[in-house]
Design a protein around this ligand. Structure first.
Ligand code: PGA
Length: 242
């Protein structure tokens, strides 16, 4: 694992944007795996600014998002679909037909999951996957459990995840209890992985990810088995690394 430590959130957001932009410049028709949550917001803000300055062109890029709540409609303000359009896609020149997110209204859900895997494979696989990390060590919505799923699947959210994510909803009761997510194997098939973490509440999960045993109880620890992972951390998130 390559570990890059920045002073603060702004610095890691700018570095992350340079890494993603470099990928797109080197390979204009690349496939990006994208993440939602608070952490990548700075990265997306920087990418929009680079696009507006004419420094990067997304017209040939294909995107696949990691996950989506289930059930949720795409126009729901807390859907990841809505988040991605608001915070990135509406502001850059990625082509609508090249954007993919799991469909939070799909039925039957198993067909949606296998179709998502097929679409990723048909696009040639993910070149660069951007990840955040949960305080419990989840990546995507692969929650700590005695087992993990390899491929895209429907999963139950953990109580702690529902609590943490309730900050975006009117109340905890409104947070969907399930989500569609790429599996751990889907994520590990990406050619390169860039994980961003900021803040002291991520420090424990980062320590386990980097220095702990590879265990389903910390899904991010599986990143230790991947040949090309970069962790981009601010000082607080890196604080417990020995
Ligand atoms: P956050 O979420 O970026 O909002 O902290 C990360 C995650 O849960 O994967």
């Amino acid at each position: 694992m390559r570990i890059i430590i920045g002073e603060n959130y702004d610095e890691i957001s700018k570095k992350a944007a340079l890494i993603v932009a470099a990928q797109v410049i080197l390979q204009p028709d690349c496939v990006l795996g994208l993440a939602t949550g608070s952490t990548p917001l700075g990265l997306y803000r920087e990418l929009i600014a680079m696009y507006q300055r004419g420094e990067v062109d997304f017209s040939k890029v294909t995107t696949f998002n990691l996950d989506e709540y289930y059930p949720i409609t795409p126009d729901h303000p807390q859907s990841y679909h809505y988040f991605m359009y608001q915070n990135l896609f509406n502001h850059i020149n990625v082509q609508p037909e090249n954007i993919h997110l799991p469909n939070g209204t799909a039925e039957p859900v198993e067909a949606e999951c296998s179709n998502y895997e097929r679409m990723i494979a048909a696009a040639g696989g993910i070149d660069l996957q951007v990840l955040g990390i949960g305080v419990n060590g989840h990546i995507g919505f692969n929650e700590p459990n005695p087992y993990l799923h390899a491929r895209t699947h429907l999963t139950d959210l953990k109580e702690e995840t529902i609590k943490v994510n309730s900050r975006f909803f009117q109340s905890e009761a409104e947070v969907p209890r399930q989500a569609l997510t790429m599996g751990i194997g889907t994520i590990l098939k990406a050619r390169r992985i860039l994980l961003l973490a900021s803040g002291e509440n991520k420090a424990q999960a980062i320590k386990k990810t980097v220095q702990g045993l590879v265990t389903t109880e910390c899904p991010a620890s599986f990143l230790q088995t991947h040949p090309d992972v970069t962790l981009l951390l601010d000082r607080e998130a890196a604080a417990l690394l020995g």
